[in-house]
Design a protein around this ligand. Structure first.
Ligand SMILES: [Zn+2]
Length: 331
């Protein structure tokens, strides 16, 4: 539903459209501040998203030019790129987690495409067939023109003072290495980006500059937010819920089960992350790997590799590399 939905005093959830059919919308949160607006995340740089944002802001008595700054939770296109477009028009400031620096450089230099970074990662996972399918299907929106550096890199030491509220910046690497959430502890609100989503689990390991152990980072980040006071969950996809803790507990349980499932398929003969991904089922509907589109196959392989690497770190599996392909075995 388009529009601006008030979720707390002075805070409005604005769902914006996405071009693909997997996720329907991304939530941007507009926070009213003295003399303007601060937006958490920005949406995908699409004409339709910009129009929706303009009309939603108009419904709360504002216009795009009132946006003084964008606090962006992470580098993914549906969160970051519309901020760059609006900045060009109105000079809004754009702030992003410092951990995204390497990935952004790789995207700006245009070496993040299937044939390059992701292709190499997939080949390491034994997923040559996926690379082939991706090469044919890699989305045409690979323009690159909407990528620029932010005005400021957030390091996690900041407290952002807004009219009557303080947002604490908390680095939560995992979904991407530079992901941050914004906690308004005084009002019990967690602007969670993709770190904690109410209906789905965020993808792990899909980024241009992949860290060594993205799932390990993600689980640590979940525990970090779990150790803070519970807050209402304001996610980037899906509806607002009352308890971030409740969802974090579910996510941790999900990944525990998934780690067990990954260990089991290695025990049953899978060697590479690709082979393991093909023996697992995907999404709540338990779909077979072959029924996923190439982009989701890539996510599935990356996600599986992230789980297998944690199992190696835990000592439950071993990994060996032959001809640049990683093979796992039960230890
Ligand atoms: Zn994301």
């Amino acid at each position: 539903m388009p529009g601006a939905f008030t979720v707390a005093a002075g805070v409005h959830r604005i769902p914006l459209p996405l071009p693909n059919d997997g996720l329907r919308a991304v939530n941007v949160y507009a926070i009213e501040d003295a003399g303007g607006l601060t937006l958490i995340d920005s949406g995908w740089a699409l004409a339709q998203a910009r129009e929706r944002l303009e009309s939603a802001l108009a419904s709360i008595g504002h216009e795009l030019a009132d946006v003084r700054r964008f606090l962006v939770t992470h580098l993914h296109r549906d969160h970051y790129t519309l901020a760059i477009v609006v900045r060009r028009l109105f000079g809004s400031r754009v702030l992003l987690g410092a951990g995204e620096q390497e990935s952004l450089e790789s995207i700006i230099n245009r070496d993040d495409r299937a044939a390059n970074v992701y292709g190499l990662l997939l080949l390491r996972c034994g997923a040559g067939p996926v690379v082939e399918r991706l090469r044919r299907a890699w989305p045409e929106h690979d323009g690159g023109g909407e990528w620029e550096k932010p005005d400021e890199w957030l390091t996690g030491t900041e407290e952002i003072e807004l009219h009557g509220r303080t947002l604490r910046v908390i680095p939560t690497p995992g979904h991407t290495r530079g992901h941050v959430v914004f906690a308004d502890l005084g009002n019990g609100l967690l602007f969670a980006g993709d770190h904690v989503l109410p209906h789905i689990t965020p993808s792990i390991g899909f980024e241009a500059a992949r860290p060594e152990l993205p799932l390990g980072d993600y689980l640590s980040s979940l525990r970090l937010v779990r150790s803070m006071p519970d807050m209402r969950l304001l996610p980037a996809h899906g509806s607002v819920t009352d308890s971030a803790h409740a969802r974090i507990d579910e996510l941790i349980t999900h990944h525990d089960r998934r780690l067990d499932a990954c260990a089991a398929v290695i025990q049953h003969g899978a060697g590479t992350a690709y082979e393991a991904a093909r023996m697992l089922t995907w999404t709540r509907r338990e779909r077979h790997f072959d029924d996923l589109d190439p982009f989701n196959q890539m996510l599935a392989v990356m996600e599986t590799a992230a789980h297998l690497d944690v199992l190696v770190r835990q000592g439950r599996l071993t990994a060996s590399i032959t001809d640049d392909v990683v093979t796992y075995a039960t230890s």
